[in-house]
Design a protein around this ligand. Structure first.
Ligand code: ATP
Ligand code: MG
Length: 446
């Protein structure tokens, strides 16, 4: 018998090598190369092969189909109007955040108009039935199928021809054709690819659940995100009751869109007006400011809080929740150099209330003003919103979606906005104050 050919595959990035190495030369991770059986490569192309289908672009248009509603208006909006036939959506989130709950509820809504196949590799049918009972779900057209074998799943999908497929989760399913164990890079890639191919072929939309690694990225290589059409990130504090679905990638709509849900004992409930929800408990004290956050078309008003107190230890602490601590360090340095606001002997805490995490630089000015407010022990007028990027020289830079942010602030009764000077937008009944430097912003507010 000929020697079986093997190769070593990096479980972090998918890099392949003929010999074992301690460190992956591609991504630099240690101890990530594991031995896997070499197999003829399947081509990762979702375009039907062989057929010569050369059509004018306008003719292709005709093959597009209507959007399918998930049953949740805000989720439909975030997806760009609902699901498209053959669309494969990867939904990733930390353990216990509510992925299975959300998908079971979406399945129930879609089961009202067709057959839904929910394949579970993580939980038994009984476990899912228990959850379904708690959520009040008992539809006869919602089929639960506990299975981890990809070949058998494929067969059942072909036989049942569901109008929605849910695979919970990609990491638990394996193909018989590969030697490596479920959850390995090759398996995850193969499963995602084959399911995607099947769904495209049959025109079925699908949700795939993706587990998340300790570092917070989707387990499996980047290639997974390339294969699917849409990537949703399911976020929120586990101990908090709200959850956010963020669109990270979308071939059928814009990214940065969000949908907000509330976790109750009856499952996830839509929060149609997230702004009202996030600012409902706003503190009226120094260190608190409202920041209109958006990375897409849907803005949310968030409360940014800061606490500046004399340092407890010789090394002052900088702690953040929902905000990048490195970015905070930068802002504190800028405040010190450019506005003579000294925090070097103080502990500084920054918290985005409600637990939502903000990554966009537009939050810089809001964070800076919250810090100054706490340091000076002077309250920022409660009818004011603040946004703008802060540069190293203390300059306030323009940010995206200024109009969307201002309109949302207006809608919720805010009458003043501190914004980058480049913003030339008039909003009726709103005092829009343009500033070009942090010191100017401090003067305007305090
Ligand atoms: N009896 C209950 N009452 C209220 N909430 C519950 C109840 N049981 C579970 N939950 C909520 O549902 C969450 C678990 O949801 P779910 O199983 O959908 O998460 P998941 O993201 O699929 O997790 P995993 O990655 O482990 O599969 C819990 O964290 C909890 O918030
Ligand atoms: Mg689950």
């Amino acid at each position: 018998m000929g020697k079986v050919k093997t190769r070593f595959v990096c479980q972090s990035c998918g890099y392949e090598s003929v010999r074992w190495m301690g460190r992956c030369p591609s991504c630099g991770e240690w101890n990530t190369l594991t031995e896997e059986l070499s197999l003829p490569r399947s081509s990762f192309s979702l375009v039907p092969q062989g057929e010569a289908r050369v059509l004018p672009v306008s003719r292709w248009e005709e093959e597009r189909s209507d959007r399918i509603s998930t049953g949740y208006g805000s989720l439909d909006n975030a997806l760009g109007g609902g699901l498209v036939r053959g669309q494969v959506v990867l939904i990733a989130g930390e353990p216990g955040i509510g992925k299975s709950t959300l998908l079971l509820q979406v399945s129930d809504k879609l089961a009202k108009s067709g057959k839904v196949l929910y394949v579970s590799g993580e939980e038994s049918g009984t476990q899912i039935a228990l959850r379904a009972k708690r959520l009040g779900i008992d539809s006869d057209s919602l089929l639960i199928y506990p299975e981890v074998n990809l070949e058998r799943i494929t067969e059942v999908v072909k036989r049942e021809e569901p109008s929605l497929l849910v695979l919970d989760s990609v990491q638990t399913v394996f193909s018989e054709k590969l030697e490596s164990s479920a959850g390995s890079v090759s398996q995850v890639r193969e499963v995602t690819y084959r399911i995607t191919e099947l769904c495209k072929e049959m025109g079925i939309p699908a949700f795939l659940v993706g587990q998340i690694t300790k570092e917070g990225s989707i387990a499996g290589p980047k290639v997974l995100e390339h294969i699917v059409d849409t990537v949703l990130q399911f976020e929120g504090e586990r101990f908090n009751f709200y959850r956010i679905v963020k669109v990270i990638k979308n071939r059928f709509g814009s990214t940065g869109e969000i949908a907000v849900f509330k976790m109750t004992d009856r499952g996830l409930e839509e929060v149609p007006e997230p702004s009202a929800f996030f600012i409902s408990e706003k503190a009226s004290a120094p260190g608190s400011v409202v920041f209109p956050h958006t990375e897409g078309s849907k803005p949310v008003l968030l409360e940014v809080q800061s606490l500046v107190i004399p340092a407890l230890y010789t090394t002052p602490q900088r702690r953040t929740q929902g905000y990048d601590p490195n970015r905070l360090a930068l802002i504190l340095a800028v405040l010190e150099k450019e506005a003579k606001i000294f925090t070097r002997d103080a502990d500084v805490f920054v918290n985005v209330a409600g637990g939502m995490s903000v990554r966009e630089p537009a939050a810089d000015l809001a964070v800076a003003m919250a810090v100054v407010s706490s340091k000076k022990e002077k309250q920022i007028p409660p009818d004011t919103v603040v946004f703008g990027e802060v540069g190293l020289a203390g300059e306030v830079r323009a940010v995206h979606f200024a109009d969307v942010r201002l309109k949302e602030a207006k809608k919720f009764g805010f009458r003043r906005a501190l914004v980058p000077s480049g913003v030339k937008i008039d909003i009726d009944g709103m005092d829009v104050i343009g500033v070009s430097h942090v010191s100017e912003a401090i003067e305007a507010l305090f």
